[in-house]
Design a protein around this ligand. Structure first.
Ligand SMILES: Nc1nc2c(ncn2[C@@H]2O[C@H](COP(=O)(O)OP(=O)(O)OP(=O)(O)O)[C@@H](O)[C@H]2O)c(=O)[nH]1
Ligand SMILES: [Mg+2]
Length: 381
């Protein structure tokens, strides 16, 4: 017998600020990546969120009717809900209600493989949870006994907060220890003077496919969001330039939960220490320019905003473009168009890496002041 998959409705409200169609399509991909079937979409338009239900009462009734008629198990909101809104909606709809932040955290939790990765996800989840406790999980006080856990004179809410606080402290210590080991490994590598290149980009842009194509490795690449969570590094020998270290990294997404960026600082550190970033872009995505901006914003947040970048305009097969190299006024390569999957244009990227590595060997580190060039817009435009 087939196991029954979770059936969900996607709910998106247009406040006139973001591109709702793209954002909802992405929520659908997130749902699929989490193993959920998005059965239907419900959209609406409002000036501002309703404090109690996020949507208006009429829209809430519409969602309730859809839940009943389509036999749904879950309602996914393409927004961040307060703890109170989520609780009120669950009471009304009688199914689980999950917001965008929790869905992303859930995918990360499913994917985390390494010890450090798991700790980081749990830290992010606890931090998300604690913001909701503050918003009043008072119903827990009646439900949970808390026998043996509650300190003298504590309410359940205080106990929950204290337990979370203690767990967070313990996880931080563990993570720090793991991070120290990683830093030592990195230092050893740097002492050998290897040129460090990190592959960054929006989730599903093709980073792992590119990593595999360059290293002939078998990193997990899939049509899923956040297929990669842990940084994988490989040494790569480049004829004429010697060794370089190439890293595949976790992808970024719009409204990446802040708790995740905070928690994943240790993993992202690898990126912040790179000598060069290969910023992979899905050239076939209609949202590619917005995605570039989102990635650059996260890079700035983790202190990688001024590392030199080469934009890799990937999936040219799907975008109907040809392989190409673009240079800036100083003759530095700023963009390479290729298909990591078909291999078209890969030799152009190898050439670009060689140039960058030779430059690095001559005057390390590369001019740190040169950040991403926002004047790069459409290829061939
Ligand atoms: N058409 C086409 N598809 C590609 C190309 N490169 C990658 N893909 C597909 O895009 C999807 C995502 O590829 P991944 O390499 O897993 O992407 P990623 O950036 O590592 O994704 P995350 O780790 O989830 O952030 C897969 O289905 C790939 O087969 C390409 O050049 N052309
Ligand atoms: Mg990947």
């Amino acid at each position: 017998m087939e196991t029954e998959r979770t059936r969900a409705a996607l709910v998106g409200v247009d406040f006139g600020t973001t591109d709702q169609a793209n954002s909802l399509a992405e929520l659908g991909l997130l749902a699929r990546s989490a193993g959920v079937d998005a059965v239907l979409q419900i959209t609406g338009r409002r000036q501002a969120p309703d404090p109690g239900l996020f949507v208006g009462s009429g829209k809430a009734e519409e969602i309730a009717a859809a839940v009943a008629s389509h036999d749904l198990d879950l309602v996914l909101f393409d927004h961040v809900l307060s703890g109170a809104q989520q609780r009120n909606l669950e009471r009304l709809l009688k199914v689980a209600v999950v917001d965008r932040t929790s869905l992303i955290l859930d995918i990360f939790a499913q994917r985390a493989q390494s010890h450090a990765g798991r700790i980081q996800v749990e830290l992010a989840q606890l931090s998300h949870l604690s913001t909701r406790l503050v918003r009043g999980w008072t119903h827990l006080e009646r439900q949970k006994g808390g026998i043996g856990l509650r300190g003298p004179g504590e309410t359940q809410l205080e106990t929950d907060r204290r337990l979370i606080g203690e767990r967070v402290k313990m996880l931080r210590v563990k993570l720090e220890k793991l991070t120290r080991q990683r830093t030592t490994q990195r230092r050893q590598r740097t002492r050998q003077g290897a040129f460090a290149v990190s592959i960054v980009g929006y989730t599903n842009a093709g980073k792992s496919t590119l990593f595999n194509a360059l290293t002939h490795a078998q990193a997990y690449a899939a049509d899923q969001l956040f297929a990669t969570l842990d940084t994988t590094s490989r040494r790569l020998y480049l004829e004429g330039a010697g060794q370089l270290v190439l890293s595949d990294t976790v992808g970024f997404i719009r409204e990446l939960p802040h708790q995740l960026v905070e928690a994943f600082k240790a993993t992202l550190e690898e990126t912040a220490q790179a000598d060069l970033l290969l910023h992979v872009v899905d050239a076939a995505s209609p949202a590619r320019l917005e995605q570039i901006e989102q990635v650059n914003a996260v890079l700035a947040e983790i202190g990688a905003g001024s590392i030199p970048q080469i934009l890799v305009w990937n999936k040219i097969d799907a975008a109907g473009l040809g392989p190409a190299v673009e240079r800036d006024e100083c003759d530095t390569i700023r963009r390479v168009a290729l298909s990591a999957q078909c291999g078209t244009g890969m030799e152009l990227l190898r050439g670009a890496l060689l140039e960058a590595a030779v430059h690095f060997a001559q005057e390390p580190p590369l001019q740190k002041s040169k950040g991403p060039d926002s004047s790069l817009v459409e290829l061939g435009a």
